[in-house]
Design a protein around this ligand. Sequence first.
Ligand SMILES: Nc1nc2c(c(=O)[nH]1)N[C@H]1C(S)=C(S)[C@@H](COP(=O)(O)OP(=O)(O)OC[C@H]3O[C@@H](n4cnc5c(N)ncnc54)[C@H](O)[C@@H]3O)O[C@H]1N2
Ligand code: MOO
Length: 410
Amino acid sequence: MGHRHHVDPAELEPLADYRRRVLSGLSPLTPIQTALSEAHGSVLAEDVAAPGDIPPFANSAMDGYAVAASTVTAGEPLHVVGEIAAGAAERPSPGPGQAVRIMTGAPLPAGVDAIVPVELVDERGHEVVLNIQPAAGENVRDAGESVRAGETVLTAGRPLGAAEIGMLAAMGVGRVLVHPRPRVAVLATGDELIEPGKPLRPGQIHESNSYLLAAQVTEAGAIPFRQPIAVDDRASLKRAFRGALAQADLLVTSGGVSAGRYDLSKQVLADMGDVSFSKVGMQPGMPQAFGTIDGVPVFGLPGNPVSAAVSFEVHVRPAIRRLQGRDDLNRPRLTARLAEGVRSPEHKVSFLRVTLERAADGWAASTTGAQGSGILRSMVLADGLAEIPADRTSLDAGEQVVVHLLKEMA
Ligand SMILES: Nc1nc2c(c(=O)[nH]1)N[C@H]1C(S)=C(S)[C@@H](COP(=O)(O)OP(=O)(O)OC[C@H]3O[C@@H](n4cnc5c(N)ncnc54)[C@H](O)[C@@H]3O)O[C@H]1N2
Ligand code: MOO
């Protein structure tokens, strides 16, 4: 890097203050009734109690023979007086010295208290010989052993993952009240930007931020809408922002929030609603716009790709999760030792892209190479973002840092 860049510290809003300000302006999206098939990834907005017992009736845990344990003896032939398959409504009952063939999940007939698995019997025509002496309760699944009718199984605020979706289906619940997954419009601004796949003319670069941010939106658990690239004139930006806002719970733009003559986004956003601009004490990601337009929250992120990506992690992802109704706004974190010395600008919290390796005394963090705000490659190998506090301008190898995890570290 090595460029001189003077920011008056008095102009910087401390990162923690900005984060608090952003989150305090956001609340979970209004709950909606949703079909269970659409509910995965949203957050439950009601307590759900079981309408009935699960399982609803006592049933067999094995394919085998249903008996009354106290009336049978191992080694003595039993008469097989019928068969019960899963789903059967007819349930023939064995008398003393009798057995009924039964399948896994089939309802237990009256009087039966044990199932002998088919592997532990000898089948001889209409008779069966048990090779073990069954005990009452063996291989029987009692009614309500999983869930009792009326029991609250899932409470409001619970994110609906695979297990929760399966549990709701098992309870027979077809619709649930959820905070919906936020619809997030993602919009890149800049005259120099060309869609990937198209050739570049002099001065142009391929647009990457809307792809990057949309993918981050998906990874945060929300639904992204990528918008066409907007060019840097007021009318076009205004039209583009309006269009994007129409269907969005949240708008994320990139570019046009710094000091350049064509950095119009922040001006247009401010004209359109209650959006203000800040220089946040963080690196990368100092210039930030945030506010609401017609009640829809809007983030104007800086255009440098790493700045946009890190800003998303630090500000937008927690915001999305707040809108989702989640409590876990932040990434998991761990403490690591720096494998190398690092530098950090004055008065700013730095977020260094690091790889993590297990060392003898815990985790070791190494930077992913050059850390410039335009060097998106630094994100590619990153396991996490190492946070360097605002009051430090350098840290030595071996010092401890907090690392916000971008990937799951086993
Ligand atoms: N005189 C000053 N110049 C700059 C300052 C400053 O305080 N004073 N801040 C710098 C910082 S820090 C950042 S971060 C950037 C933020 O710039 P903008 O948000 O105005 O973004 P742009 O100027 O539009 O673009 C910056 C950079 O990123 C590239 N870019 C933009 N959008 C995309 C995209 N969708 N895909 C790929 N690359 C993109 C753009 O071409 C520029 O190279 O300002 C510094 N300057
Ligand atoms: O703050 Mo900018 O985000 O350095 O690159």
